[in-house]
Ligand binder design. Structure first.
Ligand SMILES: [Zn+2]
Length: 506
């Protein structure tokens, strides 16, 4: 019997379904069979015709849908806490060093991915949308290492290959003229992959991993950002997304510099650029969308896309504040992401939701416009499910849905006294009340331990691998510092432009 076939009864828990009818019960059962919810409601398991492999006493526990981390880059797991606050364009010199050589496949990619998956499961995150980059180039080995880690960890994972394929200085405004000729030559010679090579890697990802582990693993596509890929590769990805109905990851207008870039390079906003290329559609998950104007908001709303909001990352990199209420009023669905561990060093989606709930109070004195706890809970669950193209299977506790759920202890400081469940989930809970995490009907975290992985051994190996890579890390840091003055000049020049809006506090 595979774990997916095991049956499980959660008996007598408080239940927050977040389903279409927004049902909530003070005392109800959840019956799980074949990885899905077979029945839910008061005494739903009472006279169930079959025996259960396991029964969990739900008294004192809250059952709710598992959180979905809609935007994440697992390769950043190595860099938790490593960087000071830096604007995106400087930060990326460290994150994805433009002159890097060598490869990042094998055991390091496996352990790195596993570390992040374990941390998320401990906090009640049952699914992750990983926009995984590969430095300097992707390979079947580096892709397989990431997917195998997710397979072994037990988390639900949808993974893209985030691989820009144009020369570094062409991704930015002003940079080509600011860089010395020698640095430009070095960037010309840095490893890059052709559209054909990258699309072949996508074929591998889809054939080997899409739908693996009973559907727990899935593929997505990613162009990283419109300005980072060749037009033919962008079109190839869009076609792939349509053919297999895959989520399409794209970072758009994360920074003011990108607003300037759109004007300098394409003569228009990057949202309009992607729209006019014909790629802006309901499969797209538009990441950040901070420096957008009203025309962009209209295009995003008409396309049916989902916007991934990553407020902790945005604050960490000083990117600015996404116009949350304007997007919501236009009908754009929002999901929440931690982004990577070098920009949300705690990968704590509870804190992301609280930050989102608080941040947008600065947008207007009209408190009725401020994000409400119910909206944040929707973004944490159903919003993420929609971004994953799985809204019919994930994000709610309802019959037929995948059994991805979390059990929270209510006898904790976060919920004592218990005044308002939803508000306390957003403003008090930090992941410390999570007692049990269940993915596809399988218990993956329980009693303070991840069930299928030797966590201590993984942490030990992570430390050893980092120590072994110290010389390479030092070289990358040196290289970033050498390039930084030219990038700083570029960032400051873009910051001084009038782009007809302001998303900063100044
Ligand atoms: Zn990102």
């Amino acid at each position: 019997m595979s774990p997916q076939d095991e049956s499980l009864l959660i008996r007598g828990a408080r239940v927050l379904t977040l389903d279409d009818a927004d049902r909530e019960w003070a005392n109800a059962d959840i019956v799980i069979e074949g990885g899905r919810i077979a029945a839910i409601g008061p005494d739903a398991g009472g006279d169930w015709p079959r025996a259960f492999a396991r029964t969990i006493d739900g008294s004192g526990l809250l059952a709710m849908p598992g959180l979905i981390n809609a935007h994440f880059h697992s390769p950043g797991n190595l860099m938790k806490g490593s960087l000071p606050g830096l604007p995106l364009e400087i930060f990326m010199l460290h994150e994805v060093p433009p002159l890097a050589t060598g490869g990042d496949g094998g055991r390091l990619a496996y352990v790195r991915t596993m570390i992040g998956a374990l941390e998320m499961l401990r906090r009640g995150i049952t699914a992750v949308h990983d926009d995984a980059y590969h430095v300097p180039v992707a390979s079947t080995g580096s892709i397989d290492a990431i997917m195998q880690a997710y397979a072994d960890a037990g988390i639900r994972a949808t993974v893209a290959i985030d691989q820009p394929n144009i020369v570094e200085y062409e991704k930015y405004p002003y940079l080509a003229e600011l860089l010395p000729a020698a640095e430009r030559r070095a960037m010309d010679q840095a490893p890059r992959q052709s559209s054909a090579e990258l699309l072949a890697l996508y074929r591998h990802l889809i054939e080997r991993w899409h739908g693996a582990q009973g559907g727990r693993l899935a593929a997505a596509v990613s162009c990283s950002a419109a300005q980072r890929v060749t037009p033919d590769y962008f079109a190839g990805l869009s076609e792939l997304s349509e053919r297999h109905d895959l989520p399409f990851n794209i970072h758009i207008l994360e920074t003011k510099l990108q607003r300037v870039l759109g004007r300098e390079k394409f003569g228009k906003s990057l949202v309009r650029h992607v729209h006019e290329l014909g790629h802006l559609d309901e499969r797209m998950m538009v990441i950040h969308a901070i420096w957008i104007d009203d025309d962009d908001i209209g295009l995003l709303a008409d396309s049916g896309c989902t916007v991934a909001h990553n407020p902790v990352c945005n604050l960490r990199l000083g990117s600015g504040v996404m116009p949350y209420r304007k997007l919501r009023d236009a009908g754009v669905p929002i999901c929440l992401g931690t982004d990577e561990m070098n920009t949300d060093d705690a990968v704590n989606l509870w804190f992301v939701a609280k930050t989102a709930a608080l941040l947008h109070t600065l947008a207007t004195p009209d408190w009725r416009q401020w994000p409400q706890p119910a909206e944040m809970l929707t973004a944490l669950t159903r919003g993420g499910a929609r971004a994953l193209r799985r809204a019919d299977r994930l994000g709610q506790l309802a019959v037929g849905f995948d059994a991805d759920l979390v059990l929270l202890e209510l006898d904790t400081v976060c919920f004592t006294p218990l005044n308002d469940l939803r508000r306390q989930l957003i403003h008090c809970e930090d992941g410390s009340s999570v007692r049990t995490t269940i993915v596809a009907g399988r218990i993956v975290f329980e009693g303070g331990r991840i069930t299928g992985v030797d966590e201590a051994a993984i942490r030990t190996e992570m430390r050893e691998l980092m120590a072994a890579g110290r010389d390479q890390q030092a070289r990358a840091a040196q290289q970033a510092l050498r390039l930084e003055p030219y990038y700083r000049e570029m960032v400051l020049r873009a910051a001084a432009q009038d782009v007809g809006m302001n998303r900063w506090l100044n």
